[in-house]
Ligand binder design. Structure first.
Ligand code: HEM
Length: 188
């Protein structure tokens, strides 16, 4: 059965829509859980008072998990390029454009968050530890550059939160209003 026909049938609710490959399903949910945790930890830890040991431990954990997420995202992009993904079901042109734009922005944010966080962390005296291992230090202590990258890190975080909210709202609309089984394509 070709892809267009399978999604047409799925849209009428008569058959299971074409699914994502299992590797992409696993990566989607693992990365989603890590990113939600990273956003919550990031917003919480910046509000903690300076010099508290718990803050330093949390920042180190945030850096290690963030770099791990980056590796998982690179893996996800690699799998996506090799295996492809099922096409979007039939929908209005503006909905298709909105869904594609949200997905492109989500991928851009998944790459930009760890990159800006790592760059910001590179322009201080501490360097970056990855699960305890000190990564090669190539940056220098530079308040202006640090401020630049961390401001971008914060702006991208809020754009990311808005995109995640739109993405979840779209998935819920398909599940509860359209009832077209779209969510099942991403369930194990
Ligand atoms: C998925 C990846 C990541 C997410 C979602 C994320 C999210 C966040 C958020 C929401 C904040 C708070 C921003 C603010 O309100 O100022 C933050 C701060 C921070 N992040 Fe990340 N982050 C990620 C990756 C990283 C990485 C890889 C590093 C470093 C290797 C990093 C280092 C930091 C540091 C040091 C801060 C505190 C910045 C400051 O003191 O102003 N982050 N992060």
């Amino acid at each position: 059965m070709n892809a267009t026909r399978s999604t047409d049938i799925a849209h009428r609710g008569k058959a299971m829509p074409e699914r994502f490959p299992m590797a992409l399903i696993v990566l989607h949910w693992v990365i989603a859980a890590c990113i939600i945790a990273m956003l919550a930890i990031g917003l919480y830890m910046v509000g903690l008072p300076r010099g508290v040991p718990f803050k330093a431990a949390l920042i180190n954990f945030h850096k290690s998990l963030g770099l791990t997420v980056f590796l998982l995202v690179l893996m996800r992009i690699g799998v996506l390029m090799v295996s492809g993904r099922p096409p979007l079901p039939p929908m209005r042109a503006w909905q298709r454009a909105a869904a594609s734009a949200t997905q492109v922005l989500l991928y851009a944010a998944m790459v930009a968050m760890p990159v800006t966080g790592y760059l910001g962390s590179s322009f201080n005296t501490y360097g970056t530890r990855f699960w305890g291992m000190l990564l090669p230090k190539w940056g220098w202590d530079d308040k202006a550059l640090r401020h630049f990258w961390f401001t971008l890190h914060e702006i991208v975080a809020w754009v990311f939160i808005a995109m995640i909210a739109l993405h979840v709202a779209g998935a819920l609309k398909h599940q509860l209003i359209d009832r077209d089984g779209l969510l099942r394509r991403m369930l194990p």
